[in-house]
Ligand binder design. Structure first.
Ligand code: GLP
Length: 287
């Protein structure tokens, strides 16, 4: 079992694994909650604590942020902490994982729109501190703008914290199967399943872009702390493969097994295919 460098305050805030639960198949630290609300509040608290710790040291807090349904409740709780408990975002600099390409910023399907709607419009973040891959650029300049995005993250000393969801293909950000472990920010072609999953919000698969700009696996893996959230039964299979399977480019999220400060935050449905959970059910049935 490789060493985890989780700090004490992080370890204390997440539930410990039960004494008789068999985690021997698991290659990534994970915590299972009764509900996504409970898990999301814990994650929001970890982020808030990091922001405050950095403020005490007069430092910026560099956050890697995600879109999709998984992080929505985390953002709701961060907004509540801002409005009711004076959490300030003045020292926060954000880098979003990805954006569809091509995509106008003011399109309601854009991740730019999503982030403003679900977080940025409701907190006191400095607008210049928000970074989201630009889906409007012409193809000729894309290569350079991806390099610039990567360099900008590096110029701040890298990401202090990266929030992630997971796609059913095992993608993190939009790093689809085949992504290289050292990949950087780049343009990627979306898998059919990913486009199917996005079809409802685009009112038909024919409207879902075929390409996206995404931070790479290498970019994500350089974050000092990574938290991936997964809710619901439709994530259970990919969560089991990611936590218990071998590292492979076929399931890019498995690369996180090599990161020594990653936690997966799951609800019961998303954890239901883990060996630990299945054997636990078996024991309950037998006894
Ligand atoms: C998209 C995003 C991912 C996100 C995934 C899962 O593909 N690019 O960053 O993790 O969707 O979305 P959801 O959280 O809605 O399940």
């Amino acid at each position: 079992m490789k060493e985890k460098i989780m700090t004490d305050h992080i370890r204390a805030s997440y539930q410990p694994v039960g004494l008789f639960e068999d985690t021997s198949f698991e290659k990534i630290h994970n915590v299972i909650y009764d509900s996504s609300i409970e898990g999301s509040i814990l994650v929001a608290n970890e982020i808030a604590q990091l922001i405050k710790d950095k403020q005490k040291e007069n430092l910026n807090c560099i956050l890697g942020l995600a879109t999709g349904s998984s992080p929505v409740k985390v953002y709701e709780e961060l907004i509540r902490l801002h409005k009711e408990e004076e959490l300030s975002f003045r020292n926060v600099i954000t880098f979003n994982l990805d954006e569809y390409y091509p995509m106008e910023k003011n399109n309601i399907q854009s991740y730019d729109y999503f982030m403003h709607e679900h977080l940025f419009n409701h907190v006191n973040i400095v607008l210049e501190n928000i970074n989201i891959p630009d889906g409007t650029g012409d193809l000729d300049n894309l290569y350079q703008s991806c390099i610039d995005y990567e360099m900008k993250i590096k110029s701040y000393g890298g990401l202090d914290f990266q929030l992630l969801g997971i796609g059913r293909t095992g993608h993190i950000g939009f790093n689809e199967p085949g992504s290289h472990i050292n990949s950087g920010t780049r343009v990627i072609t979306l898998e059919h399943i990913t486009r199917v999953d996005a079809a409802t919000s685009f009112i038909g698969i024919e409207n879902v872009p075929r390409k996206a700009i995404t931070m790479g696996i290498g970019t994500i893996k350089n974050a000092k702390r990574i938290v991936l959230m997964a809710w619901g039964a439709n994530k259970s299979k990919i969560i089991q493969e990611t936590i218990e399977g071998e590292i492979s480019s076929i399931v890019p999220a498995t690369y996180l097994q090599q990161h020594n400060n990653t936690s997966f935050i799951l609800d019961e449905e998303a954890s239901s295919e883990l060996t630990r959970v299945k054997t636990q059910k078996l024991i309950i049935q037998i006894t």
